[in-house]
Design a protein. Sequence first.
Length: 240
Amino acid sequence: MNELIKAFSTGITAFTATNLDDIVILMLFFAQVNSLFRRRHIVAGQYLGFGALVLATLPSFFGSALLPRPWIGLLGLVPIAIGVVRLINPDSDESDDESSNEQPQSNWLTSLLSPQTYSVAAVTFANGGDNIGIYVPLFASATWESLLVIVTTFFTMVGVWCYTAYRLSRVDAIADSLTRYGNQLVPFVLIGLGVLILIDSHTLEDRGLTVIALVISSMGLIHLMRTHVPTLTKPEQNEL
């Protein structure tokens, strides 16, 4: 029994230490809720992204080797890409509101498969470099019973985190600030988060990974410019 209690307290401590920054990101997400981007997308995305982190870390329980930390840091390109998209096309969500109102109410299953959910999940997973660094030795030293308690505690805390962030986003002073500046702030927060992930993971200290990051960024930027920036049409020549 003492071992299970210790695993429970360890789970709470490890989750809190590695997910404090998620509170701010979740609050920003909840401030963006509209008829297209719903609360269930945020909750489902948070669970999906965190579940992917746990699955990526579980092999350490069986003694398998994971990718080096600098390679994991390449995930920082994901929030950067999402932030750039929202910076280039900030009104994309709002332009789809009217058409989404004409569609029937979606359930949790369709929400789980929606692109909005995957966007939240991608940010959650990309922000999990510290999580992996801590969870690997934690899982590697756990027994089956303690592992079950820790993982159960983790997923319970995800729900607590989502509820806490939602309630904080409903506080008048916080809600007013997030509503007024949230749309302008979110892209820069996501881009800054991605840069911090790259730096904290020492990804840019490796020349090879730096080249890979630059190539991926360049290809992604070209694709975004073609997709989201309207092409300039040449003026028609007047006939003489």
